[in-house]
Design a protein around this ligand. Sequence first.
Ligand SMILES: NC(=O)c1ccc[n+]([C@@H]2O[C@H](COP(=O)([O-])OP(=O)(O)OC[C@H]3O[C@@H](n4cnc5c(N)ncnc54)[C@H](O)[C@@H]3O)[C@@H](O)[C@H]2O)c1
Length: 333
Amino acid sequence: MADITVSLTRSMTTDVQINNGAFENALVAHKESLWMYDISLPSAFIKALNSQIDPDHLIGIAPGEPAKSWDGLQTIMTRLDALDITPDTPVVGLGGGALCDVVSFAASVYLRGLPLVLIPTTLLAMVDASVGGKTAINTTAKNRVGSFYPAQTVIIDSHFLTTLSPERMAEGFSEIIKMAVTMDATLTEALETNALDIDAIIGQAIQLKAAIVEKDLTDQGIRRLLNFGHTTGHALETLHDYAFSHGRCVASGMLMEVADPPLKKRLKALLDMYECYAPIPYEKAALLEQIKTDKKRSKQTLTWIHLRRIGHAELEEIVLTDLAQYIPRYEEL
Ligand SMILES: NC(=O)c1ccc[n+]([C@@H]2O[C@H](COP(=O)([O-])OP(=O)(O)OC[C@H]3O[C@@H](n4cnc5c(N)ncnc54)[C@H](O)[C@@H]3O)[C@@H](O)[C@H]2O)c1
């Protein structure tokens, strides 16, 4: 008997709407949807939610990483089980990256997939977590269980940023700078000269991310460019037991991963301009060990992101035994 090939395709598109005031409109347009929201959001946003959405359609979720857990997922699933959910019941996730990740994961598996709308409320979630379809909860390691499940709609309202702390704004800018320097010299220059308003910056960053994930949703190739600063940044984060924010570690990681002095100087000036960089000490040997531990489960090589010039980076496969040549000592950073 001949082999049989089953060709399966699923059309996936995300409609991203960027509009200051979009939250108010979404409360009306998605009145009948099921809203899952971060209960720690500033009270004005919670008040608006409560005034527009039926309490039976509201599921409050704890803030931050604790929600991205089996317990957090079970809380959501138990609430969904108690409701009259059909496969066409839309779920709206309102919150930062942690909320977007767990709500998206729940939506991806409940009834094998519910329509998903995300309304990110942090800059990081606007430019990164809400676009590109990665969903996750943390188990024995961060983001260990998850799926690829892009939202149908992402609604960006920069009004949410008015209540965000400077540290959280810097976390978002760290990711924006990462995308600009690796992919777009014009956006980098615009950031350096403060030439764009925040909606334009968010829009351009999302376009850069969209161009990457359209080519490589499941992280097999070009999407790894988005890991610039993350190989070393993540190791730094783990080494310090998550005492420093992800964005701050990624900022240090980006500087560690650039060898060329003028390029490093320009990147550092940009990170300083958006208050993303603050030194985090490290022992080079311990950092190398941590990177190797992170990679232990896969292979003996690592995909290094080589920033050739502003606006252009390339993927390079390096053997782990050569890694020491690529990473500076803290004193050299
Ligand atoms: N899926 C992806 O592609 C992707 C990409 C990047 C990051 N992430 C994930 O995103 C998470 C980090 O996201 P985050 O930085 O948004 O953190 P977060 O979701 O933990 O939110 C941070 C804090 O900000 C508060 N907050 C949210 N919006 C606010 C607002 N408008 N005003 C004031 N406070 C507000 C929250 O209550 C919370 O305490 C991590 O879990 C990370 O793994 C996912």
